[in-house]
Design a protein around this ligand. Structure first.
Ligand SMILES: [Fe+2]
Length: 327
């Protein structure tokens, strides 16, 4: 889908921005391995998985020249960073500010590789504040870069912007099991058994892993010494006719504020409804089907749009999803 280019008030451009040029900035390479949810036991997929895929090993996305540009952009964006109790320092919504980030995010060959790896029809996310999220190193070294959590989007890549090789600590980690089991272990105080926590090796900046983030329990651990760690999380929407994408309103109300969240939520719900209606028109409106079914399905789609419209008057209470391990 094509997204609106009108930025929210106050979202100016960047001095370090350049136009995205895949010839110069892209160096795509497929990962060596794709881990499936089924490898983590029968419950890892759960009823909400959108494909069998859990997470890939690291794959190269950016060229050396692309990394230099991205590091400059992320350096300039740091002045806009904010924190909350889950993530100490982050910047969202930067595809409104940067042509480079928008181009990288929507690049056709990147999307094609991500779709192949995910085994799902990924699309650029209509919630543009989810599209590119940047995490920075916390000023307080005792804090994790990001707590254990599952994502509230379908698939996302975590890309090393800074060079991971000299970094001590600050590793991206994930639990080799169902989100629900990991959550119970964390909340019971037992913690995650170290042999069930994995951490991909990133050979350098510009490398990424792709995960089905809402079905993978993961975190970015604390740094063991001060280091300017920067990662980008690029998140995508998965439109499927029979399964819901996990994107939710309470998270974006809390993280981005209602003024941003409600506009982007209306964009998302419009895209979801359009996709569902296209599918309905093409596959369900035959004369053999009971008319009651057609009526119910139309009403279900309309009800979601009504709820999105109602949210402008009364947005839901915001909330963040993360699981405290007491450390
Ligand atoms: Fe995440």
């Amino acid at each position: 889908m094509s997204e609106t280019f009108v930025a929210p008030p106050g979202y100016g451009g960047l001095e370090s921005d350049v136009a995205w040029d895949p010839q110069r900035h892209l160096a795509l390479q497929a990962p060596e391995r794709v881990t499936l949810l089924g490898e983590w036991g029968p419950d890892a997929a759960g009823p909400s998985a959108l494909s069998p895929v859990a997470i890939t090993s690291a794959f190269r996305l950016l060229s050396d020249e692309g990394v230099v540009v991205l590091q400059a952009i992320c350096g300039e964006l740091e002045q806009y960073s904010v924190g909350d109790e889950r993530i100490a320092k982050k910047v969202r919504g930067s595809i409104y500010r940067s042509e480079f980030l928008r181009g990288m995010y929507e690049d056709a060959s990147v999307l094609a590789l991500l779709r192949e790896l995910a085994q799902a029809p990924l699309e650029p996310h209509p919630v543009s504040h989810h599209a590119i999220h940047i995490n920075y190193a916390p000023d307080d070294l005792a804090r994790n870069v990001d707590q254990w959590h599952r994502d509230v989007i379908s698939f996302d890549y975590v890309l090393m912007v800074s060079d991971p090789r000299p970094m001590r600590g600050g590793r991206f980690e994930y639990f080799l099991g169902p989100v629900e089991e990991g959550r119970e272990l964390l909340e019971s105080g037992a913690g995650l058994p170290p042999e069930r926590v994995a951490s991909p090796d990133f050979p350098g900046p510009g490398w990424a892993v792709l995960q089905q983030g809402h079905r993978v329990l993961h975190r970015a651990a604390r740094l063991e010494e001060r280091y300017p760690r920067i990662t980008i999380v690029g998140s995508y929407w998965t439109p499927l006719p029979e399964l819901d994408d996990p994107t939710d309103l309470p998270t974006i109300v809390r993280v981005d504020g209602p003024e941003i969240a409600l506009v982007e939520w209306s964009r998302f719900q419009a895209c979801v409804a359009a996709h569902r209606l296209e599918h309905f028109a093409a596959t369900k409106t035959d004369f053999a089907r009971p008319t009651r079914e057609l009526q119910e399905e139309l009403r279900a789609i309309a009800a979601r749009l009504e709820a999105a419209a109602d949210a402008f008057d009364d947005p839901e209470e915001g909330r963040l999803i993360y699981f405290d391990d007491g450390k």
